[in-house]
Each structure stands twice: as structure tokens, then as C-alpha cells.
Design a binder for this molecule. Structure first.
Ligand code: PBG
Length: 320
């Protein structure tokens, strides 16, 4: 009799038959580094990830490197906000210090978006009449990316969803001799409730309206495919879906369509839901987290951005 259960009867058989594998270098750890903090701050829902002062961040990275983390994505949160002509000193200094201290032992991606820089919390620049100023937005995003690259960023990660931003970034990087700096684009990013905990952490809640005019409507798979295709055509090296679990159906199709690696961002609300379930005594946090990573790999994710990357070693994820 055919029995699918036969090959599940012990751990050795289960390991023999495992069809998805991944290593800790395919997990990317987010870091929030905040200007002007007198002390580090917890982020509601994101157990283990805090808003850090620069000095604390350096210590945290040291611990993370010891735990085998190699990939980081940095969210710079400067204190002074503007409506355009942004000042990148805080971010540049932070990147410089991280790279000076840790050099090539890590890969430092920088989230590149205007929402933590603007007074209004939107990912763009506006005309005086309140409409989106596309041209200035692209100019500012490109200049922001360039300042990160000049400070030593290992990769640029645009997360704003503005049409044309990957081309604008690629162009300025190439012109200024950063041809080798890769772009990992948040290419299929839905307008989502699941970014809630993040927006508190990054001071990036819009002060009016929402992001539905530039982020993708969850009802639209075609739009989701086109957004990633556009980023691929504009020169992105790696693509991404976000939120992760609610985009599971798109990972493989986007990868097939574009021929590029597609990662998944397990966003703050997804991670926090596991934290809260565990706090309520309903799941084992560690096991649930590992389960989601396996599912994302099974769905075709090349890499996973997750607030739990620093727990990977504890959870038994192998180093490469
Ligand atoms: C910046 C940005 C956001 C996230 C990553 N980059 C917030 C947003 O678009 O509103 C969300 C990440 C998370 O929720 O963990 N635009």
C-alpha cells in the first residue's frame, strides 16, 4: 500500500527527504539606528530588535557577527527632517563607522527611502499644491543612495515604490564609479497593515493620508508582477516581495518571469504576530519562526529579511 507517512517515521528519514535547505547567510538582519537617543528603546512587538544609538548598534553588530549573521539591512533614522534637500550626515557617519570597524566581515545593505527623512513621513517629495513631485523625488532618492554608497554601503535597497527609482539610482552609481554596488529592490511591495510596528520604529508614519497611491493593492497580482518586472528592466540585481507570507504566491512566478533572485521580507507585523502568539502561550516562538522561514524557502525565496536572523544559530540554521 502506498504510504506517504513511511518516509516521515523518524528524524533521519525526514532529514534524508528534506527538499528545502538554507543557510544563515540567506537571512538578513534589520538594524534601526536612531539619531539623538539618550538610550536604546524597545519596539512594541519586535522582541529582540530595538531602536539603537550608534554606539549600541556597533556592539549589537559585534554580537550578531559572533552568532553568524553576515547580512544586515540598515534603517537610518535621523533626527532632523526636511521636505527636500535632505541632510545625510548622520546616515553617512553611521555607515562609515560600521564599515571601518567591521570591514568585509559583513554585507551592509541600506534601506533607501525618504520616509524617515521627510517631515510628513511619506516616501516622496511634494509640490506646493500637495501633488507628488516625481522628478524631485527621484533626484532626492538617487542622491540619498549615492551618499550611502560613498560612505561605504555594500548595497542599496530602495523601498519607496516610485517608478523609475532603480534606473535613477543605477545611473548615478555608475556615473560616480559605484558600478559594483548592487541594488536589492523592494520590487513588489504591497500597501499593508503589517508594517505597523516598523513605522513606529522608523518614525515613518505618514502624517496625512496613506501609501495606497504608490504601494501595490493586494488584490492585484498583475500589478505585482509588473512592478518587479519594471525593477528588473531598470537594472535591479535582486528583487523582493513584501510582506512575505501574503506574497507567497508571487515569489516563484516573479523569479521565472525576470530570471532574478527574489527575496521575501518578513515584515514587522508578521514577526510581531508570532511574538504575540507566543506571549499568549499559543505557539512556540522559535518553532513557529523556523516554520515560516522553511515555508518562504519552499515558496522559492532566495533570501529572507527577518527580525529573527540573529536567532538563526540558536534555531539550528547552518552557516554556509
Ligand atoms: C520604508 C520601509 C517600510 C518598511 C521597510 N521599508 C515601511 C513602509 O513602507 O511603510 C516596512 C518594514 C516592516 O514592516 O518590517 N518605506
Amino acid at each position: 500500500m502506498k504510504r506517504l507517512q513511511r518516509l516521515r517515521s523518524n528524524i533521519h528519514l525526514r532529514n534524508l527527504c528534506a527538499q528545502t535547505e538554507f543557510n544563515s547567510s540567506q537571512l538578513i538582519q534589520p538594524l534601526f539606528i536612531v539619531e539623538g537617543l539618550s538610550q536604546d528603546e524597545d519596539i512594541k512587538g519586535l522582541k529582540g530588535t530595538r531602536r539603537l544609538k550608534r554606539e549600541s548598534a556597533l556592539k549589537q553588530i559585534e554580537l550578531d557577527l559572533e552568532a553568524g549573521v553576515r547580512q544586515f539591512i540598515l534603517f537610518n533614522v535621523p533626527q532632523t527632517k526636511a521636505s527636500e534637500s535632505f541632510n545625510h550626515n548622520f546616515s553617512s557617519q553611521t555607515i562609515l563607522e560600521i564599515k571601518k570597524r567591521f570591514g568585509d566581515s559583513l554585507q551592509l545593505w541600506i534601506d533607501t527611502c525618504l520616509c524617515s527623512l521627510t517631515t510628513h513621513g511619506h516616501c516622496c517629495v511634494f509640490h506646493d499644491n500637495g501633488t507628488r513631485n516625481h522628478e524631485s523625488t527621484l533626484k532626492e532618492i538617487a542622491l540619498t543612495a549615492l551618499s550611502y554608497a560613498q560612505a561605504g554601503a555594500d548595497g542599496i535597497s530602495p523601498s519607496d515604490m516610485m517608478d523609475g527609482r532603480v534606473s535613477a539610482i543605477r545611473k548615478i552609481l555608475d556615473e560616480k564609479n559605484f558600478e559594483n554596488t548592487p541594488i536589492m529592490s523592494y520590487s513588489t511591495k504591497f500597501s499593508s497593515q503589517f508594517y505597523g510596528p516598523f513605522r513606529n520604529a522608523a518614525d515613518s508614519s505618514p502624517k496625512f493620508g496613506d501609501r495606497t497611491q504608490y504601494q501595490i493593492d493586494v488584490r492585484n497580482p498583475r500589478d505585482a508582477m509588473n512592478a518587479s518586472l519594471r525593477c528588473a528592466e531598470e537594472g535591479a540585481d535582486l528583487l523582493m516581495v513584501k510582506p512575505a507570507m501574503t506574497s507567497l504566491d508571487l515569489i516563484q512566478p516573479i523569479s521565472t518571469l525576470t530570471g532574478l533572485g527574489v527575496g521575501a521580507y518578513q515584515v514587522s507585523g508578521e514577526y510581531a504576530s508570532l511574538v504575540l502568539l507566543a506571549e499568549a502561550g499559543l505557539v512556540s516562538f522559535e518553532k513557529a519562526l523556523l516554520e515560516t522561514w522553511h515555508v518562504l524557502k519552499r515558496g522559492g525565496a532566495q533570501y529572507i529579511i527577518t527580525y529573527g536572523a540573529r536567532l538563526a544559530k540558536e534555531l539550528g540554521v547552518k552557516n554556509p
